[in-house]
Ligand binder design. Structure first.
Ligand code: ADP
Ligand code: MG
Length: 351
């Protein structure tokens, strides 16, 4: 069921068109990630949903209620929307308990219990309750910011790069913790991030913004394997792009004849493969003409993911090919390997 509808939202700051006719639907109880390079309009879109900015045109509809229709808007405090920003923006002079309790009515008899429950929910130690924000780590501050936003029982939670100030390990933990908390509370969420791995793992729906335009939205797997254009492909992860000739849905290229996601089509194209689709195996002999062989030129050890540079056999075009593979069972430099492909290639029209 559609929970939030963003209809043709445009917003201009002087000469800058920050948002250009954005349309997006968010399902009840789902998690959406908005990704895009810096300056692509992510924060502007979130601020318009929250009610801190007004769109020049377009509508924001939440649970059937119109929150913005061009410049006519419902004020932010009446929207039932929580927001956690990059820096958490805690009140520095208030304790953790007072920060979290900010959204709870002063006279509420169960105030202390509700604060305690929220602290449990975001997995913070009760010993932190009397501390001031500056006495907490970055991750703890973000948990407090989340608890404070949850205290108001929002219908929708907006998260604007809330993990970007945290170290890699902590980021992952926080991302999982936040996903768990939102799921348990049944709160629909929109996360803004410029980290594609974070978006792909957090969300049910990923929306890619570029220069104020929504270039693609859909499930993470769909965007990763079937990106709408080359820029989106490389933004979402490493990609190998190869020229190919499409013949009734099969691509003939230096790697041999590959299945693609363009059934029945023919003509000159470019194909995309994700690095993990390529597999190297020891080649006993270069027998069969349909297969792809190469000689290992260079290996860059990278732990979990290593980079192997191959020079393809003359009959496979003789070009250089870079393959990412596991550090287990790496070939040796100078050896001959066979390159095989798992899954199907994604097809782009030739530019
Ligand atoms: P992101 O969050 O993706 O980095 P923003 O939404 O912050 O992008 O900004 C989108 C564009 O709008 C940028 O070019 C930015 O400089 C411009 N912009 C954002 N807010 C303002 C503002 N208050 N005044 C003028 N320009 C702004
Ligand atoms: Mg931003």
């Amino acid at each position: 069921m559609t929970f939030l509808t963003i209809q043709d939202i445009s917003k201009r700051y002087g000469p800058v068109l920050a948002l250009d006719s954005i349309a997006l639907k968010v399902a009840t109880g789902s998690r959406t990630a908005i990704v895009g390079p810096s300056g692509s309009g992510k924060t502007t879109l979130l601020r318009i949903i929250a009610g801190f900015e007004q769109p020049d045109s377009g509508r924001v509809v939440l649970q059937g209620e119109t929150l913005a229709d061009g410049p006519a808007t419902v004020p932010a405090h009446r929207r039932g929307i929580g927001i956690v920003s990059q820096d958490g923006a805690l009140f520095p002079h208030l304790s953790v308990a007072e920060n979290i309790g900010f959204g709870i009515e002063r006279g509420a008899t169960d105030r202390a219990k509700r604060i305690g429950d929220l602290v449990d929910m975001v997995e913070l130690d009760h010993a932190m309750l009397d501390r001031r924000p500056h006495q907490l780590s970055g991750g703890q501050q973000q948990r407090v910011a989340l608890a404070r936003a949850l205290a108001r029982k929002p219908r929708l939670m907006l998260l604007d790069e809330p993990f970007s100030a945290l170290d890699t390990g902590l980021r992952e933990n926080m991302r999982k913790a936040v996903a768990r908390v939102l799921q348990t509370a049944g709160i629909t969420a929109i996360l803004v991030t410029h980290d594609q791995a974070e978006a792909l793992s957090f969300a049910d729906q990923v929306a890619v913004l570029r220069s104020g335009r929504l270039v693609q939205a859909g499930p993470p797997q769909t965007l990763y394997l079937h990106p709408v254009d080359r820029e989106t492909a490389t933004f979402l992860g490493d990609a190998l792009l190869l020229p190919a000739h499409l013949d009734n849905g099969f691509a003939d290229c230096v790697l041999g004849r590959l299945a693609t996601d363009s059934a029945g089509k023919s003509g000159p194209v470019d194909i995309m493969l994700r690095p993990e689709q390529l597999q190297l195996s020891t080649a006993a002999d270069m027998d069969d003409g349909g297969r792809c062989f190469g000689t290992v030129d260079d290996i860059e050890f990278g732990g979990a993911l290593c980079t192997v540079t191959l020079r393809l056999a003359e009959r496979n075009g003789g070009s250089t090919l870079t393959v990412k593979c596991s550090g287990i069972g790496l070939p040796t430099i100078g050896s001959t390997v066979e390159v095989s492909v798992r899954g199907s290639a994604h097809v782009f029209a030739r530019a």
